[in-house]
Design a protein around this ligand. Structure first.
Ligand code: NAD
Ligand code: SF4
Length: 441
């Protein structure tokens, strides 16, 4: 049984409510933190090695230490709950079942950063969750953990929940800030980073829900103990939302020392693949990260087992590795068609592009059109090379990472599954009625 830090109390009935949460040790970390100096908490977070759980894996303590502190200018903490990456639903689970863990994490983090007004920006499709969060905020306020002069420390904190309107791009931190300010969610050029010029041009830390929740166990057990869990630079625990062709889809907390094979096949996690089917591929970090075929997923190029952590999943770079990303683990069995799957993703990115940059606005549309053509059996061999060429021209040439996120899945699919693209070109009639997976296994 892996170590549980975030979900250790998730099974307790009523843990969503303040009284039960408090009875099981809730807000004790906040009480401890409010007796510490902000610099001491920052040191604990740095020592813990916590890396941003939204997808980029940027060290949280380092991000906090970049926060500018100009005299007389308010600072803000903004929690990014715009969890929209296909295959990713771990933050939803945390907010729905453990809202006080997030609120407690926000209290500790806001105190550390000097934010008296903090926000949770939540995706519009999570329509039932803002009520849960707002109820938790009210409960925490009534108990003296939010509002004015919290626990007599002189520290004030208000938390507001802002609902998004359903755009994937608003999960990009600067688009999120634009949206929070009341404008269309167009990403800004970085630098300046939000830590220097964020919400209303004030210094702002934008952190993922899980990252902020993780601050609670870091204070509970101490940064050094937290850093002992996991391996290398993959410290602590990570939530993984698992879906696709597996027997037990759901949200799992792992300690990043288990292998990918164990995660897919053991009963503690995904419980294997239904109907005895073979594993074809997996996208381990949400739809933006490269798809990896089974042989490279279970082992690295050096023949070492591949582990569920930042370093091992990326081993070999984009040519053979992938990324931990947001922890949205999507499993494809042998019946799935990679061309069909890639086309679905291309349609998604094309629809979600904000349209500011030409390579992304035009390129995502072209990739979708070509993939649709190939998938329907109407493509030519040159189309596969054209597709490769287009994704190369998008990558690295856009304002925000959505361009890269649209390009990488296409690149990885062609790199690892070119035979499937060629099968569609060579079998136009079969392509109309069957997918590659079913026709070939
Ligand atoms: P990024 O690497 O550009 O930035 C990571 C964080 O570090 C940001 O908050 C940024 O402001 C900060 N940062 C980096 N350098 C800095 C500096 N020099 N000074 C101050 N701050 C600095 O990545 P990103 O654009 O935040 O995120 C991209 C990732 O988001 C992708 O890898 C993808 O996996 C993930 N993603 C997640 C979801 C989801 O639903 N969870 C959705 C889409 C994408
Ligand atoms: Fe908009 Fe795409 Fe450019 Fe990002 S990369 S700013 S989504 S057009």
């Amino acid at each position: 049984m892996g170590k549980k830090l975030l979900l250790k109390n998730a099974h307790i009935e009523g843990i969503r409510y303040f009284e039960t949460y408090r009875k099981h040790g809730g807000y004790e970390a906040a009480e401890k933190a409010l007796k510490m100096k902000p610099e001491e908490i920052l040191e604990e977070v740095k020592t813990s090695g916590l890396r941003g759980r939204g997808g980029a894996g940027f060290p949280t303590g380092m991000k906090w230490s970049f926060l500018a502190k100009p005299e007389g200018v308010p600072r803000h903490l903004v929690v990014n709950a715009d969890e929209s990456e296909p295959g990713t639903f771990k933050d939803r689970y945390l907010m729905e079942f453990l809202p006080h863990l997030l609120i407690e994490g926000m209290l500790i983090s806001s105190y550390t950063l000097g934010s008296n007004t903090s926000y949770i920006y939540i995706r519009g499709e999570y329509s039932w969750i803002p009520d849960i969060l707002e109820e938790a905020i009210e409960e925490a306020k009534a108990a003296g953990f939010l509002g004015k002069n919290i626990l007599g420390t002189g520290f004030d904190l208000e938390i507001y929940v802002q609902r998004g309107a359903g755009a994937y791009i608003c999960g990009e931190e600067t688009a999120l800030l634009e949206s929070l300010e009341g404008r269309r969610g167009n990403p800004r050029l970085k630098p300046p980073f939000p830590a220097v010029k964020g919400l209303w041009e004030r210094p702002t830390v934008v952190n993922n829900v899980e990252s902020i929740a993780a601050v609670v166990p870091i204070i509970e057990i101490g940064g050094a103990e937290y850093a002992k869990i996991g391996v290398g630079r993959s410290t602590g625990t990570k939530l993984i939302s698992a879906c696709g062709n597996i027997n037990k889809p759901g949200v799992y907390e792992i300690d990043m020392t288990i292998t990918v094979e164990e995660f897919i096949y053991s009963d503690e996690y995904c419980g294997g693949i239904p109907n005895g089917k073979k594993l074809k591929a997996c996208i381990p970090g949400g739809s933006s990260v490269p798809i990896v075929p089974a042989n490279l997923l279970l082992k690295t190029i050096n023949g070492e087992p591949r582990y569920m952590n930042y370093e091992s999943l990326a081993d070999g770079g984009f040519a053979t590795g992938t990324m931990m990303g947001s922890g949205g683990f999507i499993v494809l069995d042998e019946d799935q068609c990679v061309v069909n799957h890639t086309m679905t993703l291309a349609r998604f990115y094309n629809h979600e592009s904000c349209g500011q940059c030409t390579p992304c606005r035009e390129g995502t549309g072209w990739m979708y059109k070509i993939l649709k053509k190939i998938e329907k059996g109407e493509g030519k061999m040159e189309d596969i090379d054209l597709l490769w060429d287009i994704q190369r021209k998008i990558e690295g040439n856009t304002i925000c990472p959505l361009g890269d996120a649209a390009a990488w899945p296409v690149a990885a699919a062609i790199r690892h599954f070119r035979d499937e693209f060629e099968w569609h070109v060579n079998n136009p009639e079969l392509s109309q009625t069957q997918n590659y997976g079913i026709a070939n296994y």
